[in-house]
Design a protein around this ligand. Structure first.
Ligand SMILES: *Cc1c(COP(=O)(O)O)cnc(C)c1O
Length: 395
């Protein structure tokens, strides 16, 4: 077997900052490394492993579909694709779906759709207002919409047509809107940007502004969707309806998938406009349909809401008792503990030692995003490890 990190360093491009662990197996919220050590996984593949690891029903679904039909391309109809599209449309405010393979791809589709809509319906408008610290993926258009200049600047001329404003600042969106604007692109909660929760009235205000101006609201729910924040879609908590929504991460519980959803009035793609070889293949969509049914009908959504509340209480307690913790934010099972200094990396490494996987989403903030099937005992166990780590590190 040899030393996996050394083998990786020889043959894999070095752009990931990986934790020094080689994971070999999982079950529920728990994963094991190649030395036999086990960890509580409160990263869940970056908010992807919705039903935890090695979920028997999901594994059976994938295995059955693999023995039946993995891939046929979109030159044909397929039952699982229609079934997942029906589930998404019947359980959201959007009307039509296009499947792809990742969050970045879903956002590429959303950008193309909004531009085509603007060119047809708003006198050639093509500009999209996006937010500083927003994250929409690493492909060239998605990264052009991503509010972190470092992710864009090494790669030469950037795709034009994106304007950036501060997140949670409605007046900035108003000031940036011109006759060239076709859409506003936002996360309901900024995930990679630090689990930044906007003011309760912000999304409502953006929705009203988009309506008044006749421009589209694109919500990137790649991270917040599929029950992660305690409701099936985060937009429900804001009491608004997006025109376009993008999904990926948790939708198929770890099988790569992305989805672009739109209301009928802006679903302007025609044959030949856009496409994907793999997108929506029977394997990925069968997995997605299984996961979504478990979330909606299998009690997983209620668990996410309940365990999310419990996690919030535990983080609040840690904030009360540990000087290093100075705040917490988030919704459902997407949360961050804010530190008084840039110690997130240190906290994550020490937690790893004690068998808990966390993510340093900001230098001073640690992100929690366990499977939506996490148990009450696991939330308590994770919180106890975090408290021990913070006490050991000190203020
Ligand atoms: C992760 C993420 C993406 C990118 O998804 P990929 O599957 O990595 O391309 C886009 N938007 C948001 C909000 C994300 O969290």
């Amino acid at each position: 077997m040899g030393d996996t990190p050394a083998r990786e360093a020889r043959v894999h491009m070095q752009m990931f900052r990986r934790l020094p662990v080689t994971l070999v197996r999982g079950e529920g919220t728990r994963v094991w490394d190649n030395t036999g050590k086990s960890y509580l996984d409160f990263v869940a593949g970056i908010a992807v492993d919705t039903l935890g690891h090695a979920h028997p029903g999901l594994a059976d679904t994938i295995a059955r579909q693999a023995r039946t039909l993995v891939h046929v391309s979109n030159l044909f109809y397929s039952e699982p694709q229609v079934e997942l599209a029906e589930l998404l449309v019947d359980h959201s405010v959007l009307d039509q779906v296009f499947f792809c393979n990742s969050g970045a791809e879903a956002n590429e589709g959303a950008i193309k759709l909004a531009r085509k809509w603007g060119i047809q319906n708003r006198s050639g408008a093509y500009e999209i207002i996006a937010t500083h610290n927003g994250f929409h993926g690493r492909t060239l258009a998605a990264v052009a919409a991503t509010g972190t200049p470092r992710y864009r600047e090494p790669f030469g001329p950037q795709m034009p047509g994106f304007v950036f404003v501060d997140y949670d600042d409605l007046d900035a969106i108003k000031a940036a809107t011109t006759e060239r604007t076709c859409a506003v692109l936002l996360e309901a909660i900024q995930g990679e940007g630090g689990v930044n929760v906007p003011d309760p009235g912000y999304l409502r205000g953006v929705r009203d502004w988009c309506d008044a101006q006749g421009i589209l609201l694109i919500l990137d729910e790649v991270q917040t969707g599929c029950g992660r924040t305690g409701t099936l879609w985060a937009y429900e908590q804001a009491g608004i309806e997006p025109d376009i929504m993008t999904l990926a991460k948790g939708l198929a519980g770890g099988v790569p998938i992305g989805a672009l959803l739109a209301k009928a009035h802006c679903a302007v793609f025609e044959p030949g406009d856009h496409g994907s070889t793999f997108g929506g293949n029977p394997l990925a969509t069968a997995a997605g349909a299984y996961v979504l049914r478990e979330v909606i009908d299998g009690g997983v959504l209620q668990n996410a809401a309940d365990r999310g509340e419990q996690l919030e209480q535990r983080l609040a307690g840690i904030e009360d008792r540990c000087e290093l913790a100075v705040g917490h934010r988030g919704a459902g099972l997407l949360r961050a503990l804010v530190l008084s200094r840039d110690a997130a990396g240190e906290v994550v490494l020490k937690a790893l030692e004690y068998g808990l996987i966390l993510n340093p989403v900001r230098p001073n903030a640690v992100r929690f995003m366990p499977p939506l099937t996490v148990t009450a005992e696991e939330v308590d166990a994770a919180a106890a490890i975090v408290e021990r780590v913070l006490n050991e590190i000190g203020p």
